[in-house]
Design a protein around this ligand. Structure first.
Ligand code: DAH
Length: 347
């Protein structure tokens, strides 16, 4: 092997060994740079006689060309390796499972209320919502529950030391019954003088508040108020309406409805509504699910309607009770703890 062949071999191994583009350029300088070995050999030509100069010059140039080809190949190899490293670093692993956001869902009480709304809507009832902070007059007085009357204590009301702009005492409504008053008064005003007066048929779902807390009572719970007034609306209609609700809501015909005499200041007569399933896990037990009664004439008067013309019934459904019965939940507090292990079962 002559000196030029071994120079080319040296260049090849130096270029192959260069791990980076910068080191490759350093290696290049050693052969092709200003004082690189090939450059020095070319400079040495000057000392040779003309014949020898020509032959040696051609050999050196050939070796130089070989080194340049090797350099080009090495540059290409390093550029390729760099690209591959970059692609590897930025790679997307399409086989990784996605990061999911999780699906939300409606609370069992919201689902229950929506379901009950749909059933009452199909029976021609309007759905109305009202304020949770109420005046004393709406929560009690208009509902035939005079100030200082002992029946007021049935409700375990949260009284707050707060009056509204007109100086009326405020409370957290202990029941949805004030919505009867608000809705019926708006109805009476809208249809004032109409003959016949259109029927009032409404339900009003919402949160209510009482000073009460154990496995079956929560300081906040949900009711669905109902009111149906007309010229000839009777307890029979209440019974049919309620039975329809139970049948559609629980998707069964196998139940009884019982009206158990009770007392509410705003109805006369008054009744608690109990239901009893003939089959299923709760079969045979009477379950109290609502209060009801024929609307008291004093209350109809407070609506701004004529109790000689407008009669009918009202009821207040325990919405949480319906949810617990439907989903088999035995502790009311579970529903308001906000524990996702419980709630996610209703997605
Ligand atoms: N407001 C009553 C309560 O919370 C429930 C109730 C009873 C509502 C009779 C009514 C009714 O509309 O007629 O205990």
């Amino acid at each position: 092997m002559n000196d030029l062949d071994s120079l080319v071999q040296h260049a090849r191994s130096a270029f192959d060994a260069a791990p980076t583009a910068a080191e490759l350029e350093n290696a290049k300088a050693r052969f092709l740079g200003k004082s690189g070995s090939l450059t020095e050999l070319l400079k040495g030509l000057a000392a040779l006689p003309p014949e020898a100069k020509k032959a040696r010059g051609a050999e050196i140039n050939q070796a130089k060309q070989q080194v340049e080809v090797l350099l080009g190949a090495a540059r290409e190899r390093l550029a390729q390796a760099e690209l591959e490293a970059q692609l590897r670093a930025e790679a997307l692993d399409v086989s990784l499972p996605g990061r999911s956001r999780g699906t939300g869902g409606l609370h069992p009480v919201s689902r229950t209320i929506e379901r009950i709304e749909a059933i009452f809507s199909s029976m021609g009832f309007d759905v109305a919502e009202g304020p949770e902070i109420e005046t004393d007059w709406m929560s009690f007085t208009a509902l035939n529950n005079p100030e200082n009357h002992p029946a007021r204590s049935m409700q375990d009301t949260f009284y707050v030391e707060l009056k509204d702009a007109e100086g009326r005492w405020l409370n957290l409504r202990p029941h949805t019954s004030p919505m009867q008053v608000r809705y019926a008064r708006a109805h009476a005003a809208r249809y004032a003088g109409a003959s016949p007066m259109p029927e009032v048929r409404v339900i009003a779902p919402g949160r209510v508040y009482r000073v009460d807390s154990d496995a079956t009572h929560s300081p906040m719970f949900h009711q669905i108020e109902g009111l149906w007034l007309g010229e000839n609306v009777s307890f029979k209609d209440l019974k049919v309406t309620f039975a329809t609700l139970v049948r559609e809501f629980f998707e069964t015909d196998d139940f009884d409805v019982r009206f158990r005499p009770s007392f509410f200041p705003f109805t006369e007569p008054s009744a608690e509504i109990d239901i009893r399933f003939g089959s299923g896990p709760l079969a045979g037990k009477w379950l109290e699910v609502a209060g009801s009664g024929q609307v008291h004439p004093n209350v109809v008067r407070n609506f701004g309607l004529d109790p000689e013309q407008q009669i009918g019934f009202a009821f207040g459904i325990g919405a949480d009770r319906f949810a617990m019965l439907r989903y088999g939940i035995d502790d009311l507090r579970l529903m308001f703890d906000g524990d996702l292990r419980f709630l996610s079962q209703f997605r």
